[in-house]
Design a protein around this ligand. Sequence first.
Ligand code: HEC
Length: 149
Amino acid sequence: MTRKWISFTTLCLLMIIPIVALAGEGRAKKKRAKKAKMVKIRTVASISSLMVGQRIMMGELSKAMKSDPTNPKSLEKIAHLSEVLAELSNVNSVGKGKEAAYRGFSRSLRDDSLKLRDHATSESANADEMLALVSKIKGNCQTCHNQLR
Ligand code: HEC
């Protein structure tokens, strides 16, 4: 009877090993997939150039907002410009020696620009909501310049 129990326990243990191994392999696979998605890139532009890019995007955005922002052509333009602006600010949010407030301003600039992109690509794009976002973005440029430039 005891021997039977021992061999039963051994059998159970032997079955657990591959299950644990498979689960571990699954977790490792997920980790590898996540790592592959998070490609690390090295930033290459100076802050000054990022800023000049941001100014150009803002200028073009303001133009596109003036001429009937909800027509399909303007919307497509606004979507692209705001997405590029978001990426410029995304890059501006990383890097050595940047204080938390600096990262905070550049992240909210990025997030508001993405919101603008989302408005421009939605079925029910609303000019007033987009204008409000543009002035929020402009305010962000101003605040960061006043406090940290
Ligand atoms: C997170 C802070 C921050 C935000 C947000 C920010 N800036 Fe700047 N900006 C700076 C700093 C710092 C400088 C000075 C860079 C330098 O001289 O190297 C600067 C400089 C500039 C310059 C001068 C660049 C040059 O060298 O000729 C322009 C133009 C500019 N910003 C435009 C903008 C615009 C437009 C926005 C908003 C869309 C914006 N910035 C948002 C921090 C910010």
